[in-house]
Ligand binder design. Structure first.
Ligand code: MTE
Length: 336
């Protein structure tokens, strides 16, 4: 696996560190065996990579949302952590977004293919507000908050990211879930032209994830439309994604195209791929190892210790106070 951090040569030191990602290897293996899901077409030749578009003014059209990289005004919220914020280049350059490929730099290289305007989010299932929505229908851009959250991937690496967005509960309130809605499922766009990784059967596309309704309504659950004061770049899930800082990163759904309220626990992409390794809850838990590696500590990406820094992983990623009550009485080893 080759990493490219084109804008800062210091990140070259990451390359050797990144070659043995266990999670990646797992998916590579899937690819090598053709995947459990049947044959897919071979990745076509791709155009040369593009740089992020930088600060671009929001379009005049009122229903359009800011383009990737546009500056976003946000009020600082009272969510901060003492650890150093990850450098922006590392956040933008070291990504998991398998719809663009399985290497960490594929999303940054190929994300420009994803057109985020116009964008539609379809609401389905147990809701009194079914229909199609624009991003601005769901997210109040006059109420954007900046929240600095820890971000812990199941692969045992972490970042600290200043997200910009709104509480997920504010979006759900607009969508009027019925009393029968016990869960909410998020689905990523599936477009084989714009997302070359989906031409391969790495996962059972589209990417889906889900939460229990009380988890979704928790104060920490967030819909991000930006990070580092700018609208999200495609590689990070433009135009909108979930952020769930007490859970492993794969519980967050990038580039959401559908929100579905359900009475029963919804399917989730990684659970479908390997139920023994990726459970529905996937709360960060240093005491429950992944079957193939420990979750007791994590490698800090793009922090002040360079790229070899490690820190001990905290229960619920340090958010025990806000979320432990959601799981009272549950066996967290069984409900991994
Ligand atoms: N969402 C989609 N649609 N596809 C993905 O491959 N990867 C997940 C999650 N959401 C993924 C996704 C994983 S494993 C992680 S760690 C985070 O996105 C990574 O988010 P980041 O690249 O913005 O840090």
């Amino acid at each position: 696996m080759e990493l490219k951090f084109r804008r800062n040569p210091n990140y070259q030191s990451l390359r050797s560190e990144m070659t043995d990602e266990p999670f990646f290897m797992d998916r590579r293996k899937l690819l090598a065996t053709g995947g459990a899901l049947g044959a897919g077409s071979i990745l076509g030749a791709l155009p040369a990579c593009s740089e992020p578009q930088g600060a671009i003014a929001a379009p005049a059209n009122a229903s359009a949302h800011p383009a990737p990289g546009a500056k976003l005004a946000a009020k600082k919220a009272a969510y901060a952590v003492s650890d150093t914020t990850t450098v922006e280049e590392a956040f933008n350059g070291y990504c998991n977004f398998y719809e663009f490929g399985t290497d960490k730099d594929d999303p940054a290289d190929k994300g420009f293919l994803l057109k985020t305007q116009p964008w539609q989010i379809k609401v389905e299932g147990e809701s009194d507000a079914l229909g199609n929505y624009a991003v601005k229908d769901l997210v109040d851009f006059s109420k954007l908050e900046e929240r600095v959250y820890r971000h812990r991937c199941v692969e045992a690496w972490s970042m600290v990211v200043p997200w910009v967005g709104v509480p997920l509960s504010s979006v759900i309130a607009k969508l009027k879930p019925k009393a029968t809605a016990k869960y909410v499922q998020f689905e990523t766009l599936l477009d084989k032209k714009m997302m070359p990784g989906t031409r391969l059967p790495v996962l059972d596309w589209p990417y889906v994830e889900g939460l229990r309704m009380d988890e979704a309504m928790n104060e920490l659950a967030f819909i991000a439309v930006g990070a580092y004061g700018k609208a999200l770049l495609q590689q990070n899930g433009a135009p909108l994604r979930t952020v769930l800082p007490w859970k492993y990163g794969f519980k967050a759904t990038k580039s959401i195209a559908k929100i579905r309220f359900t009475a029963n626990e919804p399917k989730t992409a990684w659970n479908k791929a390997n139920a023994n390794e990726y459970g529905f809850y996937s709360n960060v838990n240093p005491k429950v190892s992944h079957p193939r590696w420990s979750q007791a500590s994590e490698r800090v990406i793009g922090g002040k210790g360079g790229f070899n820094e490690r820190r001990n992983t905290e229960m619920f990623n340090g958010y025990e106070k806000q979320v432990a009550s959601l799981y009272a009485g549950m066996d967290l080893e069984k409900n991994y």
